[in-house]
Design a protein around this ligand. Sequence first.
Ligand code: NAD
Ligand code: DAU
Length: 350
Amino acid sequence: MKTILITGGAGFIGSHVVRLFVNKYPNYKIVNLDKLTYAGNLANLSDVEDKPNYEFVKADIVDSGKILSLFREYRFDGVIHLAAESHVDRSIANPTEFVFTNVIGTVNLLNAALDVWKGNTEEKLFYHISTDEVYGSLGKEGMFTESTKYDPHSPYSASKASSDHFVRAYCDTFGLPTLVSNCSNNYGSFQFPEKLIPLFINNIRYNKALPVYGKGENIRDWLWVEDHARAIDVIFHQGKVGETYNIGGHNEWTNIDLIQLMCKILDRRLGRKEGASAELITYVKDRAGHDLRYAIDSSKLQKELGWVPSLQFEEGLEKTIDWYLENESWMLNVTSGDYQLYYEEQYQKR
Ligand code: NAD
Ligand code: DAU
């Protein structure tokens, strides 16, 4: 039986990856290691928590001693590393936290893997999950490929870029078997409502202003989170050590077009007259260093490993909106307490 460590499994994408692996691979023992920050929520995994091949460990990847002792105890065969501080706006408010978790936390995991795998790296893999934001910002034309030069602009993307470099450096310098994938914006169930789609669904539902940064002309390339989890499965099992794979759905939207579409769907779902939700749109001060456009070329992954996205965006967005409407208690639970404070600090001054 293989023992696979998934870090950040109580977060948005991590919970989908844990669910997929626990259900699909009964012969793997899946260990979910998570600090349970504001973004981590064990309720995201209530449907798998009693499965015999699942175990949760609460730990901070910044704590090098704890991480090393866990690696020595569990002798993990593979690592899928998702734990991170993930929100750009929070990285602007508090960059240092992003260096600790995203850079130092990643190096601690690499050191621990090196310690327990030394001399025997056969069948071992350290798979690091990263983002398209490390490539910087595109103009109107072009797409990010795996050879696009890194050009991060936010403290978040700078910390992710740094962690990607460390992962590749441990492969080149120490022969640690590593892999990296860089994915575009994810959407779907269990996403913390600080990110555009769940935040706006919730605000529309409760008739709160929709704070659109700048003119709403920035472009993001949206991928359904379960398609990302499937890509991670394919890359973990079939990807070539030392390689990088871009993951994305060829699905670019300006923020304002996406917001208008959400308003339209929610008008129908909430029985409002057409155009009512769009009246909540409020243009606010732009995000500092706001990247204009992201677009991922995922042809390498599609051609070499046969992965393709499964869902059309409109269908995925409707499913996502329905999930948040049907899971009001999940939303109320994550928006109680500190969330209100964050919301006021983030949006009142804009
Ligand atoms: P998230 O913020 O929803 O979840 C992050 C998880 O990491 C949480 O469960 C949190 O408790 C945990 N965590 C944070 N600091 C930790 C620490 N010090 N020790 C242990 N656990 C810690 O993030 P997400 O959106 O699910 O993103 C997961 C990964 O995917 C991140 O590495 C992110 O950079 C990457 N990514 C995200 C997107 C996206 O659109 N959300 C796209 C591409 C790549
Ligand atoms: O591209 C992948 C990245 O996507 C991931 O690496 C990050 O972890 C993830 O958070 C996401 O980053 P973005 O900054 O693109 O996502 P966010 O949902 O914060 O914002 C999406 C767009 O919407 C962006 O152009 C900013 C804008 N926006 C966002 C918020 C929260 C607004 O206009 N208003 C808002 O209130």
